[in-house]
Write a protein that binds this ligand. Structure first.
Ligand SMILES: *Cc1c(COP(=O)(O)O)cnc(C)c1O
Length: 379
């Protein structure tokens, strides 16, 4: 089955009770048993819920995995992955992570004795130099947030296989429409399904997808034991979102390209970060491992600072000033004061997240209206 068909049918069965085409929202915590243990595969909704199971099967299908797990948020999904580790274990991670991931690693898990190394990974060869006997996991994001750095998943997977580590890829920005890390050798794919997977800015959810049964069993154990699961209503919404993922992404990519090029040619713009440009670092790798370049763009207006960048995002009328990304509506953000405020200024600036950086999540509106909006906002 090809990708566009999988988004609609992958892993799905019509509801056995009445043939409902969409899985019903099983709004129940528990399930009747005929005798202790005599049930139809569902006992308690933290462990399993039929609507969540339908979503988990769809997630596994679109990422070319075998097992899917849905969580209450993207961070809950990451939390479950790090709980595979023990005190003393070490993680090699990218150095321009999503701010919340950085906070979870440094402010929660370091206290539990897990050690994190934050490393620039534009050059995959460097990563092997950080591996030692305690290393258990490599954690990457590509494209990264918000600098759109591209990491060579296949090359990192070779390092991770050679040293018998796990490789986890946060695939939130790319989505499986653009990039399928399991096919490139990753062990675990993670999503903030809050973003493109849900696609309509109406839910908060996380997901993990794996191929290996042994890893899946451990993660299902953690999902049930720690309990950060999503509810049936949100599972239904995410499933509904997945069904249009391919057409939404197609338009996000088209609009993203038009806006990236408009900004690049604009006399008031200093720098534009979008992986589709030939002079973007690792553009060739992006071209090889992705089926398109997405709708996420960051840029720096010429001669701007903290306050003038904020002024521009305040002036926008169609782009909404908001955290988050990946919905049908266009959003603009100011990483230094919003998504990346939890990262110290010196750390931020080392990776390019300067005070004047603006991040766009280009939606699927008419692109002419979006360009007109940017033009008026820059004055
Ligand atoms: C939003 C986001 C997360 C965290 O997901 P939540 O659903 O907000 O918990 C992790 N990684 C990336 C790249 C994100 O954009």
């Amino acid at each position: 089955m090809k990708f566009n068909t999988k988004t609609i049918h992958g892993g799905q069965e019509h509801d056995p009770a009445y043939g409902a085409v969409m899985p019903p929202i099983y709004q129940t915590s528990t399930y009747a048993q005929t005798t202790p243990g005599g049930h139809k595969g569902f006992e308690y909704s933290r462990t399993h819920n039929p609507t969540r199971t339908a979503l988990e099967n769809a997630l596994a299908s679109i990422e070319n995995g075998t097992f899917g797990l849905a969580f209450a948020s993207g961070l809950a999904a990451i939390d479950a992955v790090i709980k595979l580790l023990k005190p003393g274990d070490e993680v090699i991670s990218t150095n321009d992570l999503y701010g919340g991931t950085y906070r979870l690693f440094t402010k929660i898990f370091e206290d539990f004795g897990v050690k994190f190394h934050f490393v620039g990974m534009k050059n995959a060869d460097k990563v092997a130099g950080y591996v030692n006997d305690n290393t258990k996991l490599i954690w990457i994001e590509t494209p990264t947030n918000p600098m759109m750095n591209i990491i060579d998943i296949k090359a990192i997977a070779e390092v991770s296989k050679k040293h018998k580590l796990l490789l986890a890829v946060d695939n939130t920005f790319a989505t499986p429409y653009l990039q399928r890390p399991l096919d490139l050798g990753a062990d675990i794919v993670m999503h903030s399904a809050t973003k493109y997977i849900g696609g309509h800015s109406d839910l908060v959810m996380g997901a993990l997808i794996v191929k290996d049964k042994h890893i899946a069993e451990k993660l299902y154990f953690i999902q049930n034991a720690s309990g950060a699961v999503c509810g049936p209503q949100d599972s239904f919404l995410a499933l509904r979102g997945i069904k249009t993922l391919h057409i939404r992404m197609q338009r996000h990519c088209e609009n993203g390209e038009a806006i990236a090029k408009y900004l690049k040619n604009h006399p008031k713009i200093e720098k534009v970060y979008w992986p589709g440009f030939e002079d973007h670092p690792n553009h060739d790798i992006a071209k090889a491992q992705m089926n398109g370049f997405g709708g996420m763009i960051s840029f720096v207006p010429k001669g701007s600072d903290y306050n003038s960048a904020i002024k521009i995002v305040e002036n926008l009328k169609i782009f909404t000033l908001a955290e988050s990304l990946g919905g049908v509506e266009s959003l603009a953000g100011h990483p230094a004061s919003m998504t990346h405020a939890s990262i110290p200024k010196e750390e931020r600036e080392k990776t390019g997240v300067v005070d004047s950086l603006i991040r766009l999540s280009v939606g699927i509106e008419d692109v002419d209206d979006l360009i007109e909006d940017l033009e008026q906002a820059m004055g």
